[in-house]
Design a protein around this ligand. Sequence first.
Ligand code: C5P
Length: 295
Amino acid sequence: MSVTVRVPAKVNVQLAVGAARADGFHDLANVFLAVGLYDEVTVTPAEQLRVTCSGPDAAQVPLDRTNLAARAAELLAARHGRTADVHIHIAKDIPVAGGMAGGSADGAGALVACDALWGTEASRDELLDICAELGSDVPFSLVGGAALGTGRGEQLEVLEVGGAFHWVFAVADGGLSTPAVYREFDRLTPEAPAPKASAALLDALRKGDVEALAGAVANDLQPAALSLFPSLSGTLAAGTDAGALAALVSGSGPTTAFLAADAASARRIAAALSASGTCRTARVADSPAPGATLL
Ligand code: C5P
């Protein structure tokens, strides 16, 4: 018997970052939008905990206990007095180390899959608690859709979205370490103001207004990501030249995100980015997408 859960990637349409806190994390106003690029996490009973991964970027995925999927299984097992005796297989389609929460998605996926396989019947609140323990972005991977994350990003308020938005994601050659990007943010921004969600951006999401959303997207980590990965400015320019309404770094990068007027425009922008030589590959995806879903 095995259980498979599908989990989405995310883009941050607003990432407002405050000063570093005493615990090393940063207070955020983090507007998450789930997008239709998915990993599938399958769990099967096994003698002992084991993680495998398939997909074009599988070689870059850690298969030890640092993988959030393994940690999710262990945390749920420990809380319910059992051993995490499962084989976790990740069919990976979300770019790795790209700022699209692929690792977080696998954590949320493994959690929901193990809960179903073991019949743990953990409440939604318990699952969200475990997600927050796993990482700041993991609760959103469970919930999907759109949400405002405050605190370190783990306290979620679900947001209404009034229509579909069409995106292109340019996958860079190489990855960026999230802690390194936050450190660079601290260096570049000695006095960051308290983060605040943009009313114009929330309104654009609610109305499904793509032009208004394009005018309101903002990522405070973008200067830090560009400082550590300067060639991303060429990728952003290539997408803008191809007709993107907005171009930004996704989360801590180095994946870049392009908002398109419609699905046809998204396909044209993806083709232009692929041909530009400024990225490894370009992917089209729609939003919002559902959170962790049992298949
Ligand atoms: O929570 P998560 O493990 O995903 O965070 C990874 C790293 O990103 C943290 O160790 C920290 O350096 C940085 N981070 C931060 N403030 C946040 C979220 C993450 O400084 N709100």
